[in-house]
Design a protein around this ligand. Structure first.
Ligand code: UD1
Length: 417
């Protein structure tokens, strides 16, 4: 999808089943390369990041096939050690293949676009953790080489990085002895990876806490159902809140959305939840008080941009502090085109509620930022055009169609080549 045209001002109304989690399925797919097996994954979201990951796995020698909504992966044949550089560069989660291939082959090589970042952000935590397990990490030109079967031992993560925790869990599957990861990230997607690995026979304890223990043992294939996507759910909730709509989300786990629900309640939304269903009724919104993003169970950074967009017309002013990523306010110039009043100061953003938003043209810069622009467009009067809308395809399946199913006037234009 190149451009998304939206005629705003209509409250979103209806019922929607939440898709499978992007951030759960990508590490689980990486895990299928770590040991031989046949896997059947259900509830996979129809998103571009998954298609790119499949292509990466196929390039390494795995077979993948989708039949009747189930993704089958077969990893019993020979598996390469160097994922395709062009595809890897399109996906940050391709770094998880390092851990998987080290477990499987004791060797892995990934490209380093933009030169060597060894020992620095953004992969320092992954690489130092692997080194703590005895893996040799070397930078050669624009490639990163990791060599050696991981040893057992304890790794201490100074920051609970989601990707580093997942990479270390994957590397530990092929380690010579038990591995303990201290300071691990606690995100539900890590628990889902652990659930998948346990279904494959892994001895893995503590996922979801800051101490994860993996005892290597022979693993096998399995069937597994991917967790619902709490970030997709947060996006739809913010969209319904921004338009004063009424939404019933099904097939989700509201407990994993607690900090988002708390903020929406403070902003005046009425929310009712059961174990796997959530109803939101939008009202005139008010500023909910300060919001600070952080590692789980704090407010998720992935929901920050959609929430900001939902609060553009909320009475009063809201300060959002982004503590996880340093460049996660990239949606702000686009939101200002709709008439939003947002002041930025480093990691802080102050949103002052305005009475009305007007339709505008704005270019998406990233996945969640793109969702924020859509939410502003839905709440704005008149027509809006979101360009670079392909960012949405990375993480939201059938986005325009799902918007329309909730009563939005939204038209997607594909790239004309
Ligand atoms: C994952 C999610 C992403 C989410 C993020 C935080 C996937 C595919 N992506 O990304 O949607 O926004 O968690 O919840 O699951 N950092 C370092 N050095 C490292 C690794 C990370 O400094 O070696 C920094 C990052 O630059 C960032 C912070 O740590 O500032 C958090 O990153 P991390 O938790 O690793 O996020 P990802 O796993 O990349």
């Amino acid at each position: 999808m190149e451009t998304l045209t939206i005629r705003g001002g209509r409250p979103l109304r209806g019922r929607l089943a939440v898709q499978g989690s992007k951030n759960a399925v990508l590490p689980i797919l990486a895990a299928t390369a770590a040991f031989p097996g046949r896997f059947a994954l259900s509830n996979c979201p129809p998103i571009r990041d998954l298609a790119v990951t499949r292509a990466l796995l196929e390039g390494l020698g795995l077979d993948t096939e989708e039949r009747e909504g189930v993704l089958y992966v077969e990893s019993g044949g020979p598996v390469g050690t160097a994922p395709d550089p062009a595809l890897s560069g399109r996906l940050r989660s391709s770094v998880l293949l390092l851990g998987a291939l080290l477990a499987r082959r004791g060797e892995a090589e990934i490209p380093l676009p933009g030169g060597c970042v060894l020992g620095e952000r953004p992969l320092d935590l992954h690489l130092r953790g692997l080194e703590a397990l005895g893996v040799r990490v070397r930078c050669e030109g624009d490639r990163l080489l990791c060599l050696g079967r991981p040893a057992g031992g304890t790794v201490l993560l100074p920051y609970p990085s989601v990707g580093a925790t997942e990479n270390l869990i994957l590397a530990a599957l092929g380690a010579a002895g038990p591995v303990r990861i201290l300071g691990a990230a606690k995100e539900p997607e890590i628990r889902d990876l652990a659930g998948f690995l346990r279904a494959c026979g892994a001895e893995l304890r503590g996922a979801g806490s800051s101490c994860v223990r993996v005892t290597p043992r022979p693993l096998h294939g399995a069937a597994y159902r991917i967790l619902p996507d709490r970030m997709e759910a947060a996006t739809w909730l913010c969209a319904a809140a921004a338009t004063g709509g009424e939404l019933c989300l099904t097939e989700l786990r509201p407990a994993q959305l607690r900090p988002v629900l708390q903020v929406l309640r403070r902003a005046g939304c009425e929310l009712r939840e059961t174990e796997n269903e959530l109803r939101l009724r939008g009202r005139a919104l008010r500023a909910p008080g300060p919001v600070v993003t952080g590692p789980y169970p704090a407010f998720p950074t992935d929901a920050q941009a959609p929430l900001m967009a939902a609060l553009l017309r909320a009475a009063g002013s809201t300060v959002i502090e982004e503590t996880v990523f340093s460049d996660r306010f990239r949606q702000v110039p686009g939101l200002r085109a709709f008439g939003a009043d947002i002041e930025l100061a480093g990691r802080l953003a102050r949103i002052r509620g305005v009475d009305r938003l007007r339709g505008a043209e704005a270019a998406a810069t990233d996945l969640r930022g793109a969702a924020a622009l859509v939410i502003a467009a839905l709440a704005a009067e008149g027509e809006s055009r979101i360009t670079e809308a392909w960012h949405l395809d990375r993480g939201y399946g059938r986005f325009a169609e799902r918007l329309r199913s909730l009563g939005a006037e939204a038209e997607a234009e594909e790239n004309q080549i």
